[in-house]
Design a protein around this ligand. Sequence first.
Ligand SMILES: CC(C)(COP(=O)(O)OP(=O)(O)OC[C@H]1O[C@@H](n2cnc3c(N)ncnc32)[C@H](O)[C@@H]1OP(=O)(O)O)[C@@H](O)C(=O)NCCC(=O)NCCS
Length: 193
Amino acid sequence: MSLSSAPFTVRAYRPSDERGWLRCRVLSFLDTQYYDDVKPDRTVLTDPSIALVAVRLTGEVIGILDVEIDGKAATIDTVATHPDHQSVGVGSALLREALLRLEAAQVETLDAWTREDVAANRWYRSHGFAEQYRYLHVYLNDGDDEAGFVTPGGLSTPVSAFLHGGIEDEARMRARFRRVYVCRQYVRSVVRL
Ligand SMILES: CC(C)(COP(=O)(O)OP(=O)(O)OC[C@H]1O[C@@H](n2cnc3c(N)ncnc32)[C@H](O)[C@@H]1OP(=O)(O)O)[C@@H](O)C(=O)NCCC(=O)NCCS
């Protein structure tokens, strides 16, 4: 049996999964526009929340999904499948289980935020999500024009910065900064209408 078709189960996250959770997240983000969004510790979710992992029979964590709930609305905080196990239904299985739990909790909508990676955008759309809003993620990096950035006395101008911007300024921001992404909000109803 090939590695990528190895069976897996979806279950609730356990504290002992943390190392596998971190490895799965960082490896899956490596080939995306979130490549430098590295966490050394697992995100602490605000309650109520749903935290799921997909694990192989060996115990290896190959998929993670965290959802935070705020009344009738919920947001995907993290969804990631280990790169060796993508496109075999791991993400779909995690989402399916989360939607069942959200429905039981009487949550009505689920949203998610993502940049321009083709696979992630296609995955959201093919799982019933529709784009609702977009804005900019802008990075100031070495070599970019730092004019206008102000720092407290005693400090240099910024070495780097991460900023949000309005979509109406996309052309201007892309002309000035080399690392600019459109960040989209996707939304779907928990129960497919
Ligand atoms: C987005 C992501 C979570 C999807 O996870 P995944 O486990 O690969 O998702 P699935 O296997 O359920 O679906 C992926 C594709 O494989 C296809 N697929 C699912 N099961 C399949 C199977 N048994 N055989 C062949 N193809 C299959 C699906 O049709 C799907 O196609 P689509 O993207 O056009 O909808 C994954 O690509 C990932 O981790 N990306 C990096 C992190 C990231 O971008 N996260 C989200 C933004 S923050």
